[in-house]
Every structure is written in C-alpha cells, then in structure tokens.
Design a protein. Structure first.
Length: 138
C-alpha cells in the first residue's frame, strides 16, 4: 500500500466563500500514482469546511442564505464564544457543512457521482488556512 499527503493552502479575501477544489484534488491523485484506494480531504481549521455538492451558483447562494438563517453572524453578542472574537457563527456553519469528505479512487480517478464536486467552504476568511489531502491505496 502507498500513501500520499499534501496540504492545499487558501487565502480567501472575503469572510465567506465556496471554492471548487476538485481540480487540486485530482492533481494530488495524479501526483500520488495511486489507482485504487481512498482520498480523505479535510479542512484543518475549525471555521472552514470540506463538502461535496453541485457546482451551481444558485445553490451556493442558497447555502449562504440558509447558513446565515441557521447561524447568523450578527449580532455577535448573541454568542458566548464571541467574547473578544466575532466568529462563533463560523464554527457553527462549519459544524453544519462538515469537516471532511472521503472519496473512492477507481482506476486512477475520483469515483464521484454525476455533478458531484469537492468544495472548500470558508466561514471566517481573510487569513491563510489549509486543507489536508491524504491518499491511501495502491
């Protein structure tokens, strides 16, 4: 069995954003040389997420609206975590959208369903953050 590890770094200039990272994960898969196995992709920050869904702008807008209803940023005083901070909502949004995804690798390709793409979700941006890509297999 072989293993591969790489960190992808992001600096999102806005507070929130969704970035399709499928091309970067595919590049990692090529670099690894692994043809059969699993890839783990996880956000290594507690205010960011990795998830799988459709790359459609209307859906991304709907995510934004839905997440803001579930965990609104303002007023920041509504959260106990925000004593000296303003990112409690980002922690909650990450919890909703998830920490990581695991995708099968079959014949050297990500075994994603129709329309499925891998996304990095940023909920407290404006600083460098990383995503771990770990591939195991043969």
């Amino acid at each position: 069995m072989k293993t591969y590890r790489k960190e992808l770094w992001f600096h999102i200039p806005t507070r929130r954003a969704f970035v399709n990272i499928t091309p970067q994960v595919n590049e990692c898969l090529k670099e690894s040389g692994i043809k059969e196995g699993l890839v783990l992709v996880n956000a290594m920050h507690i205010t960011a997420s990795v998830f799988i869904n459709d790359d459609e702008s209307g859906l991304h807008h709907d995510f934004e609206v839905w997440l803001e209803k579930l965990a609104p940023h303002e007023p920041v005083r509504q959260y106990q975590h925000n004593v000296g901070e303003d990112n409690a909502d980002a922690h909650l949004k990450r919890q909703i959208m998830g920490r990581e995804v695991v995708v099968a690798i079959t014949e050297g390709r990500l075994d994603l369903g129709p329309w499925e793409q891998i996304f990095y979700g940023e909920f407290d941006g404006r600083r460098r953050k990383r995503v771990l890509v770990k591939i195991i297999g043969q």
